[in-house]
Design a protein around this ligand. Structure first.
Ligand code: HEC
Length: 99
């Protein structure tokens, strides 16, 4: 039963060894209410939300920042939860991770 309810929630990357501030935010280690990994999985490959591996390379940094601030479809907005610097940290990490 536990396995069934957990099956589509994403898991964060392990805390150990993570140093990139964007990766830490994405994985919920900086702010408990910034929880991208729950929908995209800690590695960004997708869970209940889409995988980002094919999306990020096609999106500009500006567009990524706007999606994070304003949300999109079922994705919540994070504009009130993240400073501009933090949004940029997440965007930078996404761009490094998914070229
Ligand atoms: C509650 C689930 C959920 C959470 C949490 C979430 N997302 Fe998403 N995300 C989605 C969904 C669903 C989409 C697809 C939106 C669409 O195209 O309609 C999406 C799309 C995206 C995209 C692609 C946007 C595009 O234009 O195609 C990016 C990048 C992204 N999310 C990054 C993030 C980041 C970074 C966070 C954390 C700050 C985050 N997401 C948190 C559900 C989520």
């Amino acid at each position: 039963m536990a396995l069934l309810t957990m099956s589509c929630a994403g898991v964060p990357l392990a805390r150990e060894g993570l140093t990139d501030p964007g990766a830490l935010l994405f994985n919920g280690y900086t702010r408990p209410d910034v929880d991208c990994y729950t929908c995209h999985n800690g590695d960004g490959r997708g869970a209940k939300g889409p995988g980002l591996i094919f999306k990020v390379p096609r999106l500009s940094e500006d567009k990524l920042a706007r999606t994070i601030r304003n949300g999109k479809g079922l994705m919540p907005k994070y504009g009130a939860k993240l400073s501009d610097d933090e949004v940029n940290q997440v965007v930078t990490w996404l761009k490094i991770t998914f070229r």
